[in-house]
Design a protein around this ligand. Structure first.
Ligand code: AMP
Ligand code: ZN
Length: 489
């Protein structure tokens, strides 16, 4: 493995040479979704960022164990220690079992990952399946003197911890500043200090999701699950931890404190944070009302969308920005991505027809190396894409006969597009055809949406889906047995 990969390590605020703990192997942990609602496109951006990381590490030869969890308990509406459990709240609202909510949105999340060609992780653990391990880690933290019980809940003692270990390094927060920023919150009186955060919370009778523990009936805090599941599957110290920028504080800062508090080890070698997808400069978020779902994206059925866009266009659009920069959504940017993506697909189709000559007028090997160099420079996909566009120019010139390529050059062009366009960046070509696994799952998802819309008597949406499919030469036919489709493109 000769690749000298450099990664921007958020905790040290600099690019560093990537050296895994065990040569040839990488442990990668990424915070997964809280499954209480449909994912929006902002969430997809973060999961696609780490899909790229997973793909590239695997491509350059590492054996990667990729753990991406599902948060199915403990994430409260206040994103801190206050409020209701997001899943329990939804369950009450929809009159469902909390686990029905979890299943419904986990399924939806998986559908979305599939249509964006985001690979499955090696392990997808859930918080509710690791309650015992969470209790054990909390006990270890208490035994080390960094947590205390109060009225059936357990809190992490930030002040005590900070006397022995650094706290706040990842987020750059200084303890004394934090005091001025804390609000008076529910349950604060149980805490010795307003900076302390919950590891375990006592549940009252009306609480839906609760378990027995040494401290009585309750449920785990939000942060402890990730400390537990990363340690269990990747060890006390592991290579890369990822998540969206908005999780740096409190979530990731608390994770570090918990791990160090329980094991005495810094858990993570490289912290990676994906930046936000924004709309007119504001973070895309459910609470902002500016988040659209993949369904809305495909149909174009949302006030922010001029038309529908394919998942691969969106993937291309995401890749046009570096993962650590904010990316602002706009119809113009998506249309530019659509055009670029189609241009690249069209050029790739020409490669097998290119005439070979005895002499070469273009150094394809140097060009291929530049693609690796861009990826090795903290996964710089906008630069990789600019190199691939240079490849498009070379292909088109060779086709017209204005540039000469040898058989070897043509083979290098083909291999490089296969490696970077398909394998590393996870794009697929436009014309999936009926045999493509991706188009099959995509179609299944769209047809399910249409069936659901019809069941809800939302004929505007069901017609829009049918028309959108017809516009890309996909005809659907309803019968008693269900809906079938044919591609006539
Ligand atoms: P959640 O389900 O809210 O915990 O979010 C799942 C993941 O999506 C987290 O890693 C968040 O950081 C990330 N995320 C949320 N909103 C955005 C956004 N607008 N752009 C990019 N990532 C986001
Ligand atoms: Zn997490």
């Amino acid at each position: 493995m000769e690749q000298k990969l450099h990664i921007y390590n958020s905790i040290n605020r600099q690019k560093e040479l990537f050296e895994p703990i065990t040569p040839g192997h990488v442990g990668l942990y990424v915070c997964g979704p809280t499954v209480y609602s449909d994912v929006h496109l902002g969430n997809v951006r973060t999961f696609m960022t780490f899909d790229l990381v997973y793909r590239y590490l695997s491509f350059i030869g590492y054996k990667v164990r990729y753990v991406r969890n599902i948060t199915d308990v403990g994430h409260l509406t206040g994103d801190s220690d206050d409020g209701e459990d997001k899943i329990a709240k939804k369950a009450k609202l929809e009159n469902l079992e909390p686990m029905e909510v979890v299943q419904k949105y986990t399924n939806g999340f998986h559908d979305v990952m599939r249509i964006f060609n985001i690979l499955n992780p090696s392990i997808e653990p859930t918080a509710t399946a690791h309650i015992i391990e969470q209790i054990e880690m909390i006990q270890a933290i208490i035994a080390n003197g960094f947590a205390y019980e109060s009225n059936g809940s357990v809190y992490f003692d930030v002040r005590k911890f900070s006397e022995k270990y650094p706290y706040g390094k990842l987020s750059g927060r200084v303890i004394d500043d934090l005091y001025t920023n804390t609000r008076d919150l529910d349950g604060q009186d149980e805490k010795r200090d307003s900076l302390d955060f919950a590891l375990w919370k006592k549940a009252d009778d009306s609480h839906l999701m609760k378990w027995n523990s040494p401290w009585g009936i309750g449920f785990p805090g939000w942060h402890i699950e990730c400390s537990v599941m990363s340690t269990k599957y990747l060890g006390k110290s592991f290579d890369i931890h990822g998540g969206g920028m908005d999780l740096k504080f409190p979530h990731h800062e608390c994770e570090i404190a918990q791990n160090v508090g329980a094991t005495g080890h810094e858990p993570v070698r490289y912290w990676m944070h994906g930046n936000m997808l924004t709309v007119n400069g504001r973070k895309m978020a459910k609470s902002e009302g500016n988040g659209f779902t993949p369904e809305e994206l495909i149909t174009g059925n949302h006030k922010l969308l001029d038309k529908g866009y394919s998942p691969m266009t969106v993937r291309f659009f995401f890749l046009m920005g570096h993962y650590a920069s904010t990316l602002d959504f706009s119809n113009e940017a998506l249309q530019a991505a659509e055009k670029g993506y189609k241009r690249m697909c069209a050029a790739m189709k020409l490669i097998p027809q290119l005439p070979a000559s005895a002499t070469s007028a273009y150094d394809t090997q140097k060009w291929r190396n530049e693609c690796f160099e861009a990826m090795n420079d903290d996964f710089n996909t906008p630069i990789v894409l600019s190199h691939l566009f240079e490849g498009v120019r070379v292909i088109n010139s060779a086709k017209e006969g204005s540039i000469q390529l040898t058989q070897n050059d043509i083979a290098t062009l083909k291999l490089t597009f296969e490696d970077f366009f398909f394998t590393v960046m996870g794009l697929s070509s436009e014309e999936g055809g009926e045999n493509s696994k991706l188009s099959a799952s995509l179609m299944e998802m769209i047809l399910n949406m249409r069936t659901e819309a019809k069941a809800n008597k939302d004929f505007a949406t069901s017609d829009k889906l049918r028309d959108a499919l017809a516009s890309i030469q996909i005809q659907i036919k309803d019968s008693k047995e269900g809906t079938t489709w044919t591609y006539e493109g």
